[in-house]
Design a protein around this ligand. Sequence first.
Ligand SMILES: C[S@@+](CC[C@H](N)C(=O)[O-])C[C@H]1O[C@@H](n2cnc3c(N)ncnc32)[C@H](O)[C@@H]1O
Length: 206
Amino acid sequence: MRARHKSWTTPYIDSHRSLVSENLGEEKEFLVKAPLYLEIGIGKGDFILGMSSLQGGYWVGVEREKDVLAIAAKKVVEAEKTNILLRDGDFDSVYEEIKDVRFDAIYLNFSDPWPKRRHWKRRLTTRERLLKMNSLLKDGGKIVFKSDNRDLYQFTLEEAKEAGFPILFFTEEYPGGEDDVMSEYEKNFRSKNKPITRVILGKKGE
Ligand SMILES: C[S@@+](CC[C@H](N)C(=O)[O-])C[C@H]1O[C@@H](n2cnc3c(N)ncnc32)[C@H](O)[C@@H]1O
């Protein structure tokens, strides 16, 4: 998701550095809290905000587009939420900061589909990235994926199978649930009656 560059976003992030971390490696106090959840690619933040109220616990949200992240950050500030910590950056580099942190669940909502084959390696659900996510899970932890994109859904299932993940749940027609919150993309696709796919992976043994 790209937002048109807005001049307020960088100063806003810079003036809210207790909410938008510059290095998760220095956030030990927050990252030992439990239960702890991670969302990768939070977009404008509706899912993380909603889930942090519905499910409670502590939430880390990673988003590589600063202009989009700033919109999410503003919503977190306005809602006066103290159980959310954000990080501007790409998962691959942020992973290096959180290698030693263990999460109860990792959420991927409407990740970029990268439809061209030569770009598949950029997908968040390549087996290599799924294995990185696996190493961040506590025992009994899970990876929860939702998408409108059938190709990305099939790809994710294939990659998970190849990597040896327990596939706990998968569907091509996820109706939503009382324990779940819709992201901005999900609201948009549901308003157009697009089916939503969902996959839940269990933690794979080392
Ligand atoms: C299609 S949007 C969906 C946004 C939101 N999750 C939703 O469902 O409404 C995907 C988001 O993931 C972010 N993103 C994609 N790859 C990422 C990565 N490797 N690390 C961090 N953020 C990423 C993009 O910048 C974009 O905002």
